[in-house]
Design a protein around this ligand. Sequence first.
Ligand code: NDP
Length: 323
Amino acid sequence: MTKRIVLIGHPVAHSLSGAMQQAAFDHLGIDARYELWDRAPIELADAITELRGDEFLGANITIPHKERVVPMMDRLTDDAHVTGAVNTLTSEGMKLVGHNTDVPGFKVALDQLVGRQKMPRQAVVLGAGGGARAVVYGLIREGFQRVIVFNRHLHRAEGMVKHFARSAAHMELRAMPWHESIIESELAKTKVLVNATSIGLVAGESPIPAEILPADLLVLDLIYARTRLLADAAAAGCAVADGETMLLNQGAAAFTLWTGQPAPLEVMQAALQEARSRGLRSAEGEPAEPAEPAGQAAEPAAGDAGDAGVDAASDAASEPAAG
Ligand code: NDP
């Protein structure tokens, strides 16, 4: 019987996960089909019930359901429990287990961005959604001592900080209001900037103005595209990376959970890049309007620094993923 794995989100039509996972199943000769289920929040519970059938190996969960699905699970792994977000489901008989493979995916992306440097201890995170939860938890686990979260709706950032109160008891984890001057002053004190908002999906849009980006920051944008933020940051002299490594590695971890086999990372990465070259660019259940056609910079940056920026973004994104 062909096994089924589904991605549940709203919308999902433009997700890259299908291309990446199907290529991995086909490569290893596993008789499985990855399906995209577009389900509105009101349909989520029924979709989860349907997954209890024999033919399902598991599922991925994406925007906007990662937090909503948590109480529908029979069991949560530690990463899912602590983050309060689930992006992968597996079946144990009739029981459903919720995992969060964004956490290990983020770790690989952070390690790759930091490279041989000493792991920094201060970070600024933009955003407070499901992706930001994996980021903040990853930073806490990595031993960061000061993490400042900015979000458009401050109460959501405050809720997330409260959620992590126990895990972050030994360090400073704070939510701050989204004012440019406050972000600027925090960026001056930090080493790592992570964009976990969806600002940047639309070409030319950036969560923060280029002028407030100091040089020498390490900048990770979870969006799977060469965003305006990354171009600006690279032009300012920062090291940058987009969401590819995290996407690839969260997918690889999910693949292993479903199949018990090591994921064919190179095959998955090639499938991602092929899908990207066809114009698909959504790492998650993102809006269909493309920010950027594949392989193009968000906006031509001026001068040499701009060119270097685009290259830096591209290099960081195309390095082979580890782990
Ligand atoms: P959520 O919907 O849970 O959160 C979206 C976040 O973006 C919130 O912080 C929201 O702020 C903010 N936001 C959205 N629109 C605006 C706006 N116009 N102005 C200011 N803030 C805005 O999504 P996720 O956390 O799951 O995903 C966020 C991004 O990260 C997406 O682009 C997604 O693709 C990417 N991602 C990538 C992954 C990867 O593997 N590379 C993994 C996970 C996520 P507010 O709360 O105020 O609405």
